[in-house]
Design a protein around this ligand. Structure first.
Ligand code: DLZ
Length: 163
């Protein structure tokens, strides 16, 4: 029997539900801004392309990726949101700072998802170097900000269907 499940690649943007009724938060970290702001553009444009009006997209800039969790909580408390998308880029350096930040954000966003019962999307690049980051911020591997927006719309639609 053929599988009823779709592949990830089947969830391209054409199959997405119209998202006009949803509200989203986007939290973007300013560290490595030339990368994260490109993620933001891809994310914002994708939400807009799927019908979300500007007035239903709430943006908050935070200093670094470590602050994404706190920023996401602030946005979720201030606005009635269907999902919060967190964008950052933590480039591996000489020390292990990247591991601490990445684990903290991943755990923080997971906790927020459980506490609020809504999606908090992990749109954080964790590259070994700047080239890998650029490849994922509009380069040869696409723009992960776009993927984060698609994930947010999918999860918001799933949650809506369960209500
Ligand atoms: C301190 C730091 C370092 C070394 N690297 C990054 C990075 O690559 N990406 C990023 O988003 N933030 C970095 N930060 C800053 C931390 O996320 C945070 O802003 C500070 O530790 C203050 O809490």
């Amino acid at each position: 029997m053929a599988s009823a499940l779709k592949n990830l690649s089947d969830y391209d943007e054409r199959s997405l539900k119209d998202a006009a009724g949803f509200s989203f938060g986007i939290v973007v970290a300013d560290w490595n801004a030339h990368i994260t702001h490109a993620l933001y553009e891809g994310c914002f444009d994708t939400l807009a392309k799927h019908g979300v009006p500007d007035s239903q997209i709430h943006t908050l800039q935070v200093p670094g990726a470590f602050e994404l969790t706190a920023g996401a909580k602030m946005l979720a408390e201030k606005h009635k949101l269907d999902a919060v998308i967190c964008l950052g880029c933590v480039i591996k350096g000489e020390t292990t700072h990247n591991e601490y930040i990445n684990y903290a954000v991943a755990n923080g966003l997971t906790n927020l998802s459980m506490v609020y019962g809504k999606p908090f999307i992990f749109g954080v690049l964790t590259p070994n170097n700047e080239e890998q980051a650029l490849d994922r911020a509009g380069g040869k591997h696409g723009n992960k900000g776009v993927e984060a927006a698609v994930t947010a719309i999918r999860m918001a639609a799933l949650r809506e269907g369960l209500k």
